[in-house]
Ligand binder design. Structure first.
Ligand code: BGC
Length: 486
């Protein structure tokens, strides 16, 4: 059977700056993530692997060849990549004056920075700006429409000292997303990027996965993301602020990018959310059933309700009280990016206390990736249909992929998930506009380093030579013909 995708469907891969750029050329050392993965205490207790992004695939210098592969070997017409805030502003931007509008509780809801562009320009690292301009130009030369993610996790060290924040429970000056000053500085960064790169890019993802940033930084026991804290109140504060950052970024990009670079032009701006499938570990156990629904609410819905409805359920009790409704924080969102990987079986842990500390996941026992994530293609269709029914925006699958070192399951994973995307489009009427496989080549998998291999290409750590996995040919077949044959 031939499953034909809509005309103009975007076929791509997704990468992020911290994970893929380093390995060749100038490393990016001025971020919280750099400090985090090199911290001896974090390495000692296993919060991080001890690997360094500096041994990465070297996209910073190899982008042209990589894009050539995307075009000729993968048959792609799109690519998703991110821009490293710490490379553009290694120096402090807080001194640049802007007009910040806040509500009566101090929540930032708008920025005006008309007269500040020159000051930002004086601070920005011009070489980094020039390199990103070359990268985006190269994408265009290769016929790839870029989607640029403005925040894919590292933030400048001057805004977030993750070690001090870890050691003080977040009570320090540079405490990252715990403070709304980070939203203000992010707004300046987004305005500057839109101003300087806007004629090369139209499709922007504001923030990547607010929930993961908040959960892995402020809720998990392992504490693997900066700053490694374990506190529901801080988790919710971070989730709130990163969700608000979307709105501020949306407005700034709309204001500052007036140039058309593609059919999406001048700016088409969305949020990337990670939506996973959750089921009770034991469906006959009422506590597991309740906890599974709760986790689905907090992890899949909370952030979208904030961005689309202004509902900020700050005690996460599944009820939005009048004082938790902040409709004025709702800005636009032209599309929704959905990252989908797997199914999670949720357990209620009786010893947890706070509901947010009372969940656990059953270890994967069935069809699992190397990461221990359960493979469940049908879940992709469900989350796409659910998200469209609720939030009514065009959708891109902005990430979907598998850690599979032995290269045994990637092709099946890709094909089975695309079949579900097609069903979402053809049977459920979801306007899915594109699909970006995660990821182009093996890269730095955050706290787990290089052992986890999601790449369509393997990478030799010394020569940086890329070796195609079996899925490369399979993906090319599909993308070139805009058709999946099953
Ligand atoms: C992130 C990627 C990450 C991938 C696999 C997503 O949550 O956006 O940066 O590498 O999952 O863990």
């Amino acid at each position: 059977m031939e499953l034909v995708f809509p005309e103009g469907f975007q076929w791509g891969t997704a990468i992020s700056s911290f994970q893929a750029e380093m390995g060749r050329g100038k490393p990016s050392k001025d971020t919280d993530w750099w400090a985090w993965v090199h911290d001896p205490d974090n390495i000692k207790v296993g919060r991080v692997s001890g690997d360094s992004p500096v041994d990465g695939p070297g996209f910073w210098e190899m982008y042209d060849d990589d894009f050539e592969r995307c075009r000729s070997e993968l048959g792609n017409n799109a690519v998703r990549l991110s821009i490293d805030w710490g490379r553009i502003f290694p120096e402090v931007t807080s001194g640049v004056e802007v007009k910040v509008k806040r509500d009566q509780h101090g929540n930032v809801w708008d920025l005006e920075l008309d007269d500040s562009m020159d000051s930002l320009h004086r601070i920005a690292d011009e070489d980094a700006v020039a390199r990103y301009r070359e990268i985006l130009s190269s994408a265009a030369r290769h016929g790839l429409t870029p989607m640029l993610t403005l925040y894919h996790w590292p933030i400048p060290l001057w805004l977030h000292d993750p070690i001090e924040s870890r050691d003080t429970g977040g009570n320090c000056e540079a405490n990252g997303w715990l403070s709304q000053e980070t939203i203000v500085e992010f707004g300046k960064f987004c305005a500057y990027v839109a101003h300087r790169l806007g004629n090369l890019v139209d499709v922007y993802a504001t923030v990547n996965e607010p929930r993961i940033v908040a959960e892995h930084g402020y809720l998990t026991e392992r504490g693997e993301f900066p700053p490694g804290l374990n506190d529901p109140e801080l988790f919710l504060r971070c989730l709130k602020h990163v969700s608000m950052a979307h709105g501020v970024a949306y407005d700034q990009v709309k204001k500052w990018d007036r140039a058309e670079a593609s059919a999406y032009g001048p700016s088409y701006v969305g949020l990337v959310s990670v939506l996973q499938s959750y089921v009770p570990a034991d469906p006959s156990e009422p506590d597991d059933v309740r906890m599974s629904r709760y986790i689905e609410y907090v992890f899949n819905e909370w952030g979208l309700n904030a961005v689309f409805h202004g509902d900020y359920d700050m005690d996460a009790d599944m009820v939005v009280d009048p004082e938790e409704q902040m409709p004025y924080l709702v800005k636009g969102c032209d599309f929704l990016g959905v990252n989908y990987y797997s199914l999670w079986r949720v357990k209620h842990r009786k010893d947890g206390g706070h509901p947010l500390l009372s969940y656990g996941f059953e270890p994967c026992a069935g069809d699992c990736s190397d990461y221990g994530w359960e493979i469940y293609p049908e879940g992709l269709r469900s989350v796409l249909s659910w998200a469209y029914r609720r939030y009514r925006r065009p959708i891109f699958v902005t990430e979907n992929g598998i850690a599979d070192e032995k290269d045994e399951r990637r092709t099946r994973y890709l094909r089975s998930h695309l079949e579900q995307v097609h069903k979402a489009i053809s049977q459920d009427g979801v306007p899915v506009k594109g699909y970006y496989y995660w990821t182009l080549m093996d890269n730095f998998e955050w706290s787990d380093g290089y052992q986890i291999r999601f790449g369509l290409y393997g990478v030799d750590p010394d020569t940086k030579r890329r070796t195609p996995t079996k899925a490369v040919g399979a993906y090319r077949e599909i993308a070139q013909n805009n058709t999946l044959i099953i």
